[in-house]
Design a protein around this ligand. Structure first.
Ligand code: ADP
Ligand code: MG
Length: 346
């Protein structure tokens, strides 16, 4: 029977709230890889290794050489809405990092067994941290030898959310989602050397030279990269650079188009259309180009706070940007400046 003063509405405890958030952000193993890689990139890592077992379902381990987390702050990083990336509402409108919501670590931790080994570079800490959490509850948080950088291991993903686990079908499909994320991020961040190892086998390795042409060669192969032309154009609001394939090099779908906005891989139907329009009548019906379009814009003109996964971005002056992209591609194809010698020595 009900007590008189018992409120019908209760505030959910933090761990339950995290599981609900995880439902939105953490769809599959590749979502974990994406969030952890973005954290490593935000931490200015230049070398990031991703080791997975059974396409990430058994374990996902990300090792970076970034700034690390201070001993006193590791447990805090597992709390919801705890972030080092924004401080106030003004920051929300000028986001320069990939993360800012403070949701990824608590969400992932709530649906897995997570181990964090981390140490911050020259901040006076005497030791690093070894932290273990199960289903979001911290079971161990001990000092550890100081090795700068961060290693996060996520095991038994979705062990406590059976419906989500059932929804995952084939190891092959999960692996291809993971390689897709790493490919896009390596195009977005040619300055980072990425390695992916699945069940002990090397799946991919990027050079991390900082050169986008070489990153494209790493992802799509040298002969493909050689058939792409460079483009570069800007106006007062936007800077558009990148590479697009010659009209003879096409694919049957849009999956080979990568649009990057301030270092973030985004999905934007209108910008994809602007890219295809740049080809005019040069493409056969039902065929699509390969493209990497790198947009630099004032963060003030881009609202990334649209969806928890941050792949959808609202852009002010989108029409202006579309015609700029179309023009950049049309111009580049007219000139057909092919990727030069740099790739010969790869
Ligand atoms: P967000 O990235 O939105 O800030 P996360 O939950 O992904 O939120 O991470 C919380 C915080 O933990 C980050 O703001 C960052 O300070 C720290 N962090 C997470 N991963 C790393 C990492 N690989 N290297 C250094 N710091 C990290
Ligand atoms: Mg993050």
């Amino acid at each position: 029977k009900k007590q008189k003063n018992q409120s019908k509405i209760i505030e959910l405890d933090g761990n339950l709230a995290n599981k609900i958030a995880a439902g939105e952000v953490i769809e599959r193993p590749a979502s974990v890889v994406k969030e952890l890689l973005e954290n490593a990139i935000d931490a200015k890592a230049t070398q990031i290794t991703v080791k997975i077992e059974e396409s990430g379902l058994k374990s996902i381990e990300i090792i970076d050489n970034g700034e690390g987390i201070a001993r006193a702050e590791v447990a805090l990083a597992l709390r919801r809405h705890a972030t080092s990336k924004i401080k106030d509402v003004a920051d929300l409108f000028r986001i320069r990092t990939l993360g800012f919501r403070g949701e990824a670590l608590p969400s992932i931790a709530s649906v897995s067994e997570m181990t964090i080994d981390t140490a911050a570079a020259n901040n006076g800490d005497e030791s690093g941290t070894h932290l273990v959490a199960k289903g979001g509850n911290i079971t161990q948080n001990d000092p550890a030898p100081k090795r700068v950088g961060t290693r996060i291991k996520v095991e038994n993903l979705f062990y406590n959310t059976p419906a989500r686990l059932k929804y995952i079908k084939s190891l092959q499909a999960e692996l291809s989602h993971i390689t897709d994320i790493i490919n896009r991020l390596s195009l977005a961040h040619p300055e980072v050397a990425f390695t992916l190892v699945n069940d002990g086998r090397d799946m991919l390795k990027t050079a991390g030279t900082g050169d986008l042409r070489q990153a494209i060669a790493g992802v799509y192969g040298i002969s493909t990269a050689k058939k792409m032309v460079e483009l570069s154009i800007s106006d007062l609001d936007f800077e558009v650079t990148g590479y697009v394939s010659l009209p003879e090099l096409t694919r049957a779908n849009r999956n080979y188009i990568t649009v990057l906005l301030n270092g973030r891989y985004i999905k934007n139907f209108l910008l994809n259309r602007a890219i295809v329009e740049g080809y005019g009548s040069k493409l056969m019906v039902g065929r699509f180009p390969l493209a990497v379009i790198d947009l630099k814009i004032d963060p003030f003109l881009a609202d990334v706070n649209v969806h928890p996964t941050k792949q959808e971005v609202r852009i002010s002056k989108e029409r202006e940007l579309m015609s700029l992209i179309t023009k950049a591609i049309a111009t580049a194809l007219a000139e057909e400046v092919l990727i030069p010698d740099a790739l010969e020595n790869l």
